[in-house]
Design a protein around this ligand. Structure first.
Ligand code: ADP
Length: 473
């Protein structure tokens, strides 16, 4: 007898939004609904000829035999276990299975009834969630590893997140700074008129950028560039502000050096020009030839020429446009020539060199400049009466030229910076004029000849600059 209610229940069973399957203790399927048959692409009759394990993939069958079935026997039911079911066509169907044992009054198992839920969507969500998490983790890794300080603050200026870069820059860690006012590290962001204007800009969705001075934990000031970007909420309200804070002190230092250099270059260039103009005017006024004025003009022109040459050479080196005219030359003859040029400036310069020529592959003019620079410095940074010694040696493979003075010497902490562009030792800078380009050019020229230049120095005793060059085979 089947009434309308039975019919309804039957239909519900057959077409439920989940699968139903019952199997005997032997595993044989004894009951299955239409939904599951449709999902698996098989007829109900086909399924009734199979065992429950036949529905599972190989991995699923192993899990079923070793874990699921024993657990079911132990507990009488197992909930929401993830399996994949084999379909007649297409990829396996991800499902969640809940099984319950039905027992006889004597306790023996009569049937295992299972409900099968399609987990395709759930798997997709899980995958999406996993991908989203991975993306978030990747982004977090970028933020963590960034050399810049990256932080998030609320519209009230309170710090919400703080990366490792921020800890490095401001010497404060996240635990210390989260919950504190950003004004503590960036005084420009203290509440006030300027901050209100920034907030208005950000509230309108416009990012903001400015240079300011940050404050580290020990009170040290650090030049920074700050980029602020608004994070707007669902109602377009300002929800948070991200800050990327970059340490620009190195850039500032370069700007300062450049400024200093321009001032110095202006000064250095003006002095010979003033001298030349003065003596030229003197000649005009007197209307007569004056040997001393003419020789001053020539000397100053040479000085001017040297300065301009240094500047041009430095910019060629910077732009990697240094061109050498390499030829085979005798190193000793070059050192001789350079020493002779300097001797005319009334200084005792002794030269010790082997009798035989030392052939090197070099640009004669540039190599001459190297020795002229080192000799000029030896003269500039030592007292008038002290001697300068030049010694050339050669072991067949490498030639060595040492230029030794008995002058002021160079402090140890200045030695690593000595060959940098524009660098001048503070202690001696005021005593002798210069642009801080000579040694920079010297090292680059020597290196372009596959050689080295090194310095040994002691304050108060003097310095020794040693150039090595490969001997031509
Ligand atoms: P400049 O002489 O124009 O300042 P250089 O690049 O030739 O520039 O030298 C850089 C600095 O190195 C100098 O300012 C000076 O302080 C130091 N220096 C170079 N040579 C000597 C030396 N022989 N003795 C002492 N100090 C030296």
């Amino acid at each position: 007898m089947s009434g309308p209610l039975d019919l309804g229940i039957h239909q519900l069973f057959e077409d439920a939004p989940c699968g139903f399957v019952a199997h005997a203790p032997s595993g044989s399927i004894v009951l299955v609904n239409r939904t599951l048959a449709t999902w698996l692409g098989r007829s109900k009759d086909e399924l009734l000829a199979l065992t429950f394990a036949d529905l599972l993939t190989l991995a699923g069958r192993l899990f079923y035999e070793n874990q699921y079935a024993p657990l079911l026997r132990l507990q009488g039911s197992v909930k929401d276990a993830a399996f994949e079911l084999v379909r007649s066509e297409g990829p396996a169907l991800p499902v969640l299975i809940t099984s319950t044992e039905q027992r006889e009054p004597d306790g023996s198992v009569q049937l295992v009834v299972s409900t099968v839920f399609d987990a395709t969507d759930r798997r997709r969500y899980e995958r999406e969630l996993l991908n989203a998490r991975r993306r978030a983790e990747e982004l977090a890794a970028v933020v963590t590893a960034s050399g810049d300080a990256i932080l998030l603050i609320g519209p009230n200026g309170v710090v919400r997140t703080w990366n490792a870069g921020a800890s490095r820059l401001f010497a404060r860690d996240a635990a210390e700074m989260i919950g504190r006012a950003v004004g503590e590290i960036l005084p420009a962001l203290h509440p006030g008129a300027a901050w209100t204007r920034v907030i208005e800009e950000l509230g309108a969705g416009r990012p903001h950028q400015f240079d300011t001075v940050g404050r580290a934990a020990d009170g040290a000031a650090v030049d920074v560039s700050v980029a602020l970007a608004p994070h707007l909420g669902p109602l377009n309200e300002l929800d948070a502000i991200s800050l990327i804070v970059r340490d620009v002190s190195a850039r500032r230092e370069i700007e300062r050096l450049q400024q200093e250099f321009l001032a110095m270059a202006g000064h250095e260039l003006r002095s010979p020009i003033t001298a030349i103009r003065g003596h030229a005017q003197l000649l005009i006024r007197r209307g007569a030839y004056s040997e001393s004025s003419i020789s001053t003009i020539v000397r100053q022109t040479v000085q001017l020429d040297r300065l301009v040459e240094d500047l041009l050479l430095a910019s060629q080196i910077e732009a990697q446009r240094l061109e050498l005219r390499i030829g085979s030359i005798d190193l000793i003859a070059e050192v001789h020539a350079a020493v002779d040029l300097m001797r005319s400036e009334e200084r005792s310069i002794t030269l010790a060199a082997p009798a035989a020529a030392i052939p090197v592959q070099a640009d004669r003019q540039r190599l001459g400049q190297v020795f002229a620079n080192l000799l000029t410095n030896a003269v500039k940074y030592s007292a008038a009466g002290t001697p300068i010694e030049v010694r050339v040696t050669d072991d067949g493979a490498t030639a060595r030229v040492a230029i030794t003075d008995h002058g002021s010497g160079i402090p140890a902490d200045a030695l690593p910076l000595l060959f940098d562009r524009f660098y001048r030792v503070r202690e001696t800078a005021a005593k002798a004029r210069g642009l801080g380009l000579g040694l920079y050019i010297t090292r680059r020229l020597v290196e372009a000849h596959h050689g080295t230049v090194e310095v040994e120095s002691e304050v108060g005793r003097g310095s020794s600059f040693v150039v090595t060059l490969p001997v031509a085979g």
